[in-house]
Design a binder for this molecule. Structure first.
Ligand code: SIN
Length: 491
């Protein structure tokens, strides 16, 4: 799809870098998007400012009056068409992701298709959103429920999944009858703009789908403050999630927050060690470790710890680091140099506390001319209170901790303010039930390193968030449940 690809290089298209009320909007104020693999300039994108954000919210509010009444059959038809166009153009959309945030192209293309799945699933779910008739206490009365769209939704999305996090929020919101204003991360505005182009082609009426680019500190308060915005959907850090929740509190706006994680990856004595090692690799090194569901603490039971470390060492040593456009690359760059410095500091802290660095353990930025960190394997020593045990690593560093029994593993796993995803490797079915029930996490992968799917609920407990994306829950999230009571029936 050369026309979308050309958005990466065509200066006239790139000047028109927000999509408001069905059209491209320009601004002379711009910010740069750089490829983290080599620092090259990918694009200059227009910063739309507070005025643009207000225009987008007003357009979405106007469009909501019609979109909410559009028969769900018609809404679902357009949403499905959007899905088809995204899948058709997955290769170019994948290339855009790799250019703006660096993940290997195969993963990037996979992200596009994964995210698109949430759109088509939501189109079907919205067709089956129905209320119930209910018995009521008052004589001669009847009651029933209806699901109605919440209204204008502000979707604030991250750079680590620049396509899928938009699809996962906007597919369900649009199918449910809401209109949206998307504010992508400044690192990755191009995926959002490409999705807007495809939304336009799919036939969404003007104002139903809007994308605005600019500074978070300017656009964020407009979105949380505007009375017309009834819901904030956000994926990102817990700190920013708290800030948005505070800002949304004034207008009692609904929030759906998918925030940071600190995923434990538990490997029990009875587990298949090779399967567990494959699982760690898939969970830990996807997007160079920059996912909220990435295995942050690998906790191995004593009887299996040595074998697991050996199996991981073999695998980590083989990983190839490089540009996401090189098809041999397994681990791409981190999003920017500050991210490399964050990971370096965590590894240095581990070293000073007696952890053994078995593979990697250094920045590759100077050598490779981009924001790279070596795939790293660490074995924690006696001191298990490493900084990286309590904060998100968000980099390609796998650290193994040891524990003696089930009770200790559960205690360690739950010893975090986060509660997004946990992983459990065991072949004991009793343990599967006992431990998955005891883990204080929104999602538990048992002998499975991936927990996201368009048909299932994605979201966290504790400080990892509120609400669920995916499946029927992801669509219901964007609706208000209304109760209607009818009196005077049995006259
Ligand atoms: C995330 O890390 O925020 C999303 C990961 C996923 O959907 O698998």
């Amino acid at each position: 799809m050369t026309d979308l690809k050309s958005r990466l290089t065509d200066p006239t298209l790139l000047k028109s870098a927000s999509f408001i009320d069905g059209g491209w909007v320009d601004s002379s104020d711009t910010f740069e998007v750089r490829n983290p693999a080599d620092g090259s300039l990918v694009a200059k994108v227009a910063d739309i400012g507070a005025g643009g954000a207000h225009r987008a919210v007003d357009a979405a509010a106007r469009a909501f009056q019609t979109w909410k009444k559009t028969p769900v059959f018609e809404r679902a038809r357009i949403v499905r068409r959007w899905h088809e166009l995204i899948v058709e153009h997955a290769s170019d959309l994948g290339a855009i992701i790799t250019a703006e945030m660096g993940k290997p192209y195969k993963e990037a293309r996979g992200e596009v298709v994964y995210g698109a799945g949430f759109i088509s699933w939501a189109a079907e779910e919205a067709m089956r959103l129905h209320g119930e008739t209910l018995p009521t206490q008052a004589p001669g009365s009847r009651g029933w429920t209806i699901h109605q769209p919440v209204g204008v939704v502000a979707c604030i999305t991250p750079w680590n999944f620049p396509s899928a996090m938009i699809s996962r929020k906007c597919g369900p919101a649009l199918a449910a009858g809401c209109t949206v204003v998307v504010k992508p991360a400044p690192e990755t505005p191009l995926s959002a703009l490409a999705l807007a182009e495809l939304a336009k082609r799919a036939g969404f009426p003007a104002g139903v789908f809007n994308v605005i680019n600019g500074k978070a500190e300017v656009l964020g308060p407009v979105m949380t403050g505007a009375p017309a915005v009834r819901m904030i959907g956000f994926t990102g850090s817990t700190e920013v999630g708290k800030l948005l929740m505070r800002q949304a509190a004034d207008g009692i706006k609904r929030v759906s927050l998918e925030l940071g994680g600190n995923a434990p990856f538990l490997v029990m004595d009875d587990a298949d060690v090779e399967l567990a090692a494959d699982g760690v690799m898939a969970s830990k090194f996807r997007a160079a470790g920059q996912t909220c569901v990435s295995a942050n603490r690998i906790i191995a039971q004593d009887g299996v710890a040595d074998a697991l470390i050996k199996a991981l060492k073999r695998r980590v040593e083989k990983l190839k680091v490089g540009s996401g456009f090189d098809e041999r690359t397994n681990v791409g760059p981190l999003i920017h140099q500050e991210a490399v410095e964050h990971v370096s500091a965590l590894v240095e802290d581990a070293r000073t506390r007696g952890a053994k660095v078995l593979v990697g353990g250094q920045s590759l930025s100077a050598k490779m001319g981009g924001a790279f960190y070596a795939p790293t394997l660490i074995e924690a020593g006696e001191d298990q209170g490493l900084d990286m045990a309590t904060s998100e690593i968000f980099g390609p560093v796998a650290t193994v901790y040891r524990a003696s029994d089930e009770a200790e593993m559960i205690r360690l796993a739950n010893d975090t303010r986060h509660g997004l995803a946990a992983y459990l490797y065991t072949n004991d079915v009793g343990r599967v039930h006992r431990m998955s029930e005891a883990l204080e996490f929104g999602m538990v992968g048992v002998n499975a390193p991936m927990v996201g799917s368009p048909s299932t609920p994605f979201g966290g407990m504790k400080e990892s968030g509120i609400g669920r994306e995916g499946g029927k829950w992801g669509v219901e999230e964007f609706t208000e449940l209304k109760f209607v009571m009818l009196g005077g029936v049995d006259r």
